[in-house]
Design a protein around this ligand. Structure first.
Ligand code: PEP
Ligand code: MG
Length: 756
C-alpha cells in the first residue's frame, strides 16, 4: 500500500526531527516539510489550539509564511475548523466549492484544489488540525487518511508532551490546557496543591514508532486474542452466575468493542504503518474516545470507562507496562486514578502524595478511609478528570468543596494557595487544641480514640491526646508487606504499636481481608460478590493458621499488658465461639511457652445485621462491641459502600441506622458490654452529634478527624437537644437528618467565629 511506505518513512523522519536539537517552532517547521515531502503534497500545515476552541496556524510548508501565528479559525469555521469541531478527518477533491471553505487571503491557499485534514487528538480532545493540500486535483484514498492520522498522533504526543512546556499558561496548547474546575464529591476534607500524576501510566512518546513492523504485528495479534479469550471467559462465568446489570453492560460493551472488526483492523493498519502495538492501541483508543465524548447520549458517554478498561487489558496483554502504578512520586504530587485499591494507595510515597482524585470512590470505600487516616484530601466522582488533566499539570484539590482546579490561572491559584495555607493553619491550631478534654458543654465526657493501620498512626495517640486506638486495622500491615510476615517481625510490630500508644489501650482487630482488601502475594479467590464473600473472620476460621498466628504473636507482644482483640464480620454465635475458643487455646499455649499469662479482653465488630438479634447470646464471650457503621450501613441497606452510584443513596444518617444504634445503645450496657462506634460516622460532626444524642460515648475515628471532633464535642450541648431528638427518632420523622445538619451548622459556625 502506498500509504504504508509513505507513512513509515515519514514517521521515522518525524521521529528524527523530534529527537534532534532545536526549539519547538523550528521542529514544527521541519516537520511540515517532512510531511509534505512524504505525502507528495504541495502544502502541509499544522494548526494548534492554544486558546479555547480557537485554532492558530503554527507551521506551514506551502502557504504564505506571513500567515503563521496570524491566521486563526474558530472551531467549526472553515474546513479546518470543521475537522476540529467534529474530531473527524475530512477529504475534498474540490475544496473551494465546499460550503464550509473559509477563504483567508493571507495564506494564499486559493492556488490549491484538493484538501485533506485530520484532527490532532490528545487524551480524546482535539488540540489541533494537521492538513495537506494539492495544487492539482487529487482524490485521497483511505490509506492516505490513515497515514496522516498516524502522523497526527505522533505530532500530538510531541506538541502536548515534549515541545510545549508545562508552566506558562499562554504557550499551552488546546482545550486541555485551559484552566478548568471539575466538580466532584468531596470525600476527604482538606485543600492541597501539587502536580498531577496518573495512577495508570500513559504512553511514552519514545515507544511510538516500531523498529520491526512484522514482529510488532504478531505482538498485536497475540494481545487481541488474549484479550478476547479473557473476555469470553468472563462471559462464561457471567452466564453461569447471575451477574449484576452494570457488569453485564460493561462486559457487553467491551465484547462489542473487542469483537469489532473495525477496531482490530484499525489497530492492525496503524502497526502496518509504523506504530508500535502499544501506540496502535492508544491511537484507536483515543479516536474512539473522542467519538464517544462527543455523544450527547449519556449512555454512550458512560461507555468510555469500558473502552478504557479494554485499552488497559490490551496494554496488560502487551506486557503490562502501561497500567502498573508508578509508586515513585517526585515533589508534591496529586494522584489521579479511575479507581484505586487501598493496597495500591499504600504503594505510593506518603510524604510526596498531597491529594487524590479518584473517579470511582465513595465516602466509605476503603481507599477513602485510608486516605482520611493519612490526612490526604480526596475528591471523587469527577468523570472527566482523565480527559482534562495532563501528567505534570498543577492541580489544587479542594476536598471541602469537592472541586478539582486544573491548571488554575494566576489570581485563582493565589487565592487557592491561601486556602491551602489556611487549611494547614487550621490543622495546626486544631492540633494545639487537641490536648483539651473532649467534654460537652453539659459535662459529658466522650471517649475519643483513633483508628490506625500502621505503627506511625499510633504515634498520634499521645500527640493528639487520644484515649487510645479503638480500631487497629491489622490487615493494612499485611497488605503492604512483601510477603507473609515472620513471627518475630509480627511480635515486634504489635509491641511497637502498643509502645507507641503510651499506655493507652489499643484494640487490635484480627485480619479483615477480602472484599477490596487483598494481599498482593496471595492467590485471589475472585468471589462473585466479594463484600459478601469469603472474607474477614470467615477466612480466619477456615484457615485457622492465620488467626492462631495472629493471636499468638499479639499475646506474646503484650507480654502481660492488657490486650484488646476484636473480630470483624462476625455473623453467627458459632463463629464467635470458635474464635473465642481459639484465643483461649493460644493464651494457654503462650503461658506454657513461658511468657506472662495474657490478660486479654475480646470484642466483636457489629457489622452484620444478624448480630443485632444476638446481643444476649454473644455477651458471655465478649466485653465490648465496636460498631462498624461502614459495613453495617452497607448490609443494612444492601448498598455497596464502594459503589459510587448507591453508596450515598440513603444518606449518611438514615433513620434505620439511627434506630439500630439506639437499640444497641440500650442493649449493650444492659448486658454489661462497652459500646463504641468506629465507622466513618464517628469522625463526622453530624454523626458524632447523633451518636452523643443516642447516648453512645465511645468514638473511634481517623487521627486527622480527631482534633476538630474534639472541638466540636466541646462546643456541643447534648442535653439541650436530647428531648427533641428523641421525639423525632421515635416518630420516625424524615427530617431528622436535616435537623442534625442544622444543629451541626450552628455549632460549627460558633467554632469558626471563635477561630476568627
Ligand atoms: C466498618 O465497617 O465500619 C469498619 C470500621 O471497618 P472497615 O471500614 O475496615 O471495614
Ligand atoms: Mg468493616
Amino acid at each position: 500500500m502506498v500509504g504504508d511506505v509513505v507513512s513509515r518513512t515519514t514517521l521515522r523522519h518525524v521521529r528524527d526531527i523530534m529527537a534532534g536539537a532545536g526549539g519547538a517552532q523550528a521542529k514544527l517547521n521541519d516537520i511540515v516539510v517532512a510531511i509534505a515531502e512524504g505525502t507528495h503534497a504541495d502544502v502541509c500545515s499544522i494548526y494548534l489550539s492554544r486558546r479555547h476552541e480557537l485554532l492558530e496556524l503554527f507551521a506551514t510548508k506551502g502557504l504564505d509564511q506571513q500567515a503563521v501565528h496570524n491566521t486563526t479559525l474558530k472551531f467549526g469555521e472553515g474546513l479546518t475548523g470543521q475537522i476540529a469541531r467534529r474530531a473527524k478527518p475530512l477529504r475534498l477533491r474540490h475544496a473551494q466549492i465546499s460550503p464550509d471553505f473559509a477563504y483567508r487571503p493571507e495564506t494564499g491557499e486559493e492556488a490549491f484544489t484538493s484538501f485533506m485534514g485530520v484532527p490532532v487528538l490528545y487524551g480524546g480532545n482535539v488540540i489541533g488540525v494537521l492538513s495537506i493540500q494539492h495544487r492539482l486535483e487529487h482524490g485521497y484514498g483511505d490509506d492516505e487518511v490513515e497515514a496522516l492520522e498516524i502522523i497526527a498522533m505522533v505530532v500530538a504526543e510531541m506538541v502536548a508532551g515534549v515541545l510545549i512546556p508545562h508552566e506558562p499558561s499562554d504557550v499551552m496548547v488546546g482545550d486541555i490546557q485551559r484552566p478548568r474546575t471539575l466538580e466532584g464529591l468531596g470525600l476527604v476534607d482538606g485543600v492541597a496543591r501539587g502536580q498531577a500524576v496518573f495512577h495508570q501510566q500513559r504512553l511514552n512518546v519514545a515507544r511510538l514508532i516500531a523498529e520491526d513492523g512484522a514482529a510488532e504485528l504478531i505482538r498485536l495479534e497475540e494481545a487481541v486474542l488474549e484479550v478476547q479469550r479473557g473476555l469470553n471467559d468472563l462471559q462464561l462465568a457471567d452466564d453461569e452466575h447471575d451477574q449484576d446489570e452494570t457488569l453485564e453492560e460493561m462486559l457487553e460493551t467491551m465484547r462489542m468493542f473487542a469483537a469489532d472488526k473495525g477496531w482490530v483492523r484499525r489497530m492492525r493498519i496503524a502497526v502496518e504503518q509504523g506504530l508500535t502495538a502499544e501506540a496502535a492501541v492508544e491511537r484507536v483508543h483515543h479516536e474512539m474516545r473522542a467519538r464517544l465524548l462527543r455523544q450527547p447520549n449519556l449512555y454512550f458517554r458512560e461507555r468510555i470507562h469500558d473502552l478504557d478498561d479494554l485499552a488497559d487489558r490490551m496494554f496488560r496483554a502487551l506486557g503490562g507496562d502501561m497500567s502498573r502504578p508508578s509508586s515513585k512520586l517526585q515533589g508534591e504530587s496529586i494522584l489521579i486514578a479511575r479507581s484505586l485499591g487501598p493496597a495500591q494507595l499504600l504503594e505510593y510515597d506518603r510524604s510526596a502524595l498531597k491529594a487524590l482524585v479518584v473517579e470511582e470512590a465513595s465516602p466509605t470505600s476503603h481507599v477513602v478511609i485510608l486516605a482520611r487516616a493519612l490526612g490526604i484530601p480526596v475528591v471523587g466522582q469527577t468523570i472527566t478528570a482523565e480527559d482534562v488533566v495532563r501528567e505534570g499539570d498543577v492541580i489544587v484539590v479542594d476536598g471541602e468543596r469537592g472541586q478539582v482546579h486544573v491548571r488554575p490561572a494566576g489570581a485563582v491559584l493565589e487565592s487557592l494557595q491561601e486556602r491551602v495555607r489556611l487549611n494547614q493553619l487550621r490543622r495546626s491550631l486544631n492540633e494545639q487544641a487537641a490536648q483539651l478534654e473532649p467534654v460537652t458543654l453539659d459535662g459529658r465526657r466522650i471517649n475519643c480514640q483513633i483508628n490506625a493501620g500502621l505503627v506511625e498512626d499510633v504515634h498520634e495517640v499521645p500527640r493528639l491526646g487520644a484515649d487510645g486506638v479503638g480500631l487497629f486495622r491489622t490487615e493494612l500491615h499485611y497488605m503492604i508487606a512483601p510477603g507473609l510476615p515472620k513471627a518475630g517481625e509480627e511480635v515486634l510490630f504489635y509491641q511497637q504499636a502498643m509502645d507507641a500508644a503510651g499506655g493507652k489501650p489499643v484494640t487490635f482487630r484480627t485480619l479483615d481481608l477480602g472484599g477490596d482488601k487483598l494481599l498482593p502475594y496471595a492467590q485471589h479467590i475472585g468471589d462473585e460478590n466479594p463484600a459478601l464473600g469469603w472474607r474477614a473472620i470467615r477466612i480466619c476460621l477456615d484457615r485457622p493458621t492465620f488467626l492462631k498466628f495472629q493471636l499468638r504473636t499479639m499475646m506474646k507482644a503484650a507480654d502481660g499488658r492488657p490486650l484488646r482483640i476484636m473480630f470483624p464480620m462476625v455473623a453467627s454465635l458459632e463463629e464467635l465461639q470458635e474464635a473465642a475458643h481459639m484465643a483461649a487455646r493460644e493464651a494457654d499455649a503462650v503461658a506454657r511457652l513461658g511468657h506472662q499469662r495474657p490478660q486479654y479482653e475480646l470484642g466483636v465488630m457489629v457489622e452484620v445485621p444478624s448480630l443485632l438479634e444476638m446481643i444476649p447470646q454473644i455477651a458471655p464471650y465478649v466485653s465490648f462491641l465496636a460498631v462498624g457503621t461502614n459495613d453495617l450501613m452497607q448490609f443494612l441497606y444492601a448498598a455497596d459502600r464502594g459503589n459510587a452510584r448507591v453508596a450515598n443513596r440513603y444518606g449518611r444518617l438514615p433513620l434505620g441506622l439511627l434506630r439500630v444504634l439506639a437499640r444497641l445503645s440500650r442493649e449493650a450496657p444492659a448486658h454489661g458490654l462497652q459500646l463504641s462506634v468506629c465507622g466513618e460516622m464517628a469522625g463526622r460532626p453530624e454523626g458524632v452529634l447523633a451518636l452523643m444524642l443516642l447516648g453512645i460515648t465511645g468514638l473511634s475515628m481517623s487521627a486527622a478527624s480527631l482534633p476538630f471532633i474534639k472541638q466540636f464535642i466541646r462546643a456541643s450541648d447534648v442535653g439541650a437537644l436530647q428531648e427533641e431528638f428523641q421525639m423525632l427518632l421515635e416518630q420516625g420523622d424524615p427530617s431528622l437528618a436535616s435537623w442534625l445538619e442544622q444543629h451541626v451548622h450552628v455549632i460549627t459556625s460558633a467554632l469558626d467565629e471563635e477561630l476568627a
